[in-house]
Design a protein around this ligand. Structure first.
Ligand SMILES: [Zn+2]
Length: 281
């Protein structure tokens, strides 16, 4: 009987103990289940992501802006759903410029009282299903049909997330809030980069991770940590200020701030790995 109890106890705790031992032994990496936990968005359109989030910022007048959202390869006329319950704050048509027909919805963050986040849907062909500004929409409701309005080369849904404030500088990688695919064959890498003094690093370049496919940027490009004019509590609570999704698997050397620091990582399929904090010199 005693042996049975011991065996049962061992079985009960074997997995957590092994996980803790694994984390202690491997040290640098610990698997995480969700990137921005607490906010679980509904995928806004039934189509694959074919252009990711670049984390870029306009560093000089000669550089280009990065991609501050993700693109779903949706044919014109595809139904677009509200990713989260919230209030419509923008329903506007910029004609042939920028976002074209677009919608912004304001939602309450489930983990932080009084804190808002915003989700943006652009290049729509029709948004007559979306209620007027200041009206409520519910998660999963059809709000629009995707298209190619605005400044585009072809039909797709451009989707953005803004955390804390409805500002271009408050964006985050939407893939960190969507239920990530567990079978796309890619992996994810996330972590935090701080200055030598310990504050959040801004405008810093991360390179070395590659993507299998990306229609806008190809397989290999750099990521810049956003300026994030208004630091959001998620960065402190989740301990991250970058999340590189859909990275190609294998052993990689990540380079931070043009080689000021490097970090070897192993990217595994269908898993997100958190890298220890990088302190820049
Ligand atoms: Zn886009």
């Amino acid at each position: 009987m005693l042996m049975l109890i011991i065996k049962r106890t061992l079985c009960k705790y074997a997995l957590p103990i092994l996980l803790i031992m694994g984390i202690l032994i491997t040290g640098l990496y610990s698997p995480v289940m969700a990137v921005y936990g607490g906010i679980n968005l509904v995928t806004p359109v039934s189509a694959p992501v074919n252009a990711g989030y670049l984390y870029a910022e306009k560093l000089t007048s000669s550089s280009t802006y990065g991609h501050h959202g993700i693109d779903f390869a949706a044919a014109s006329g595809s139904d677009v759903y509200a990713a989260y319950t919230g209030k419509v704050v923008t329903k506007a048509d910029l004609g042939g410029d920028s976002y074209g027909k677009y919608i912004i919805i304001e939602s309450n963050h489930p983990n932080y009282a009084g804190v808002k986040f915003y989700h943006l849907y652009a290049h729509l062909s029709d948004y007559s299903d979306c209620p007027a500004v200041n009206q409520t929409v519910y998660q999963g409701n059809k709000i629009a049909e995707s298209g190619s309005s605005g400044n585009v080369t072809g039909p797709h849904l451009h989707f953005e997330i803004r955390m804390g404030t409805n500002s271009w500088y408050s964006q985050r990688n939407p893939e960190g809030l969507l239920s990530r695919s567990t079978s796309d064959g890619y992996g994810g890498v996330l972590g935090e980069v701080r200055t030598s003094g310990g504050s959040w690093a801004r405008y810093k370049r991360i390179s070395g991770a590659t993507k299998g496919t990306d229609v806008n940027y190809g397989a290999s490009y750099s990521y810049f940590i956003m300026a994030n004019g208004n630091p959001f509590p998620d960065e402190a609570s989740y301990g991250i200020n970058y999340y590189i999704a859909r990275a190609t698997t294998g052993n990689k050397t990540l380079s931070y701030d043009y080689g000021a620091r490097t970090q070897n990582v192993t990217i595994y399929a269908n898993t997100d790995y958190k890298v220890n904090t990088i302190y820049l010199p």
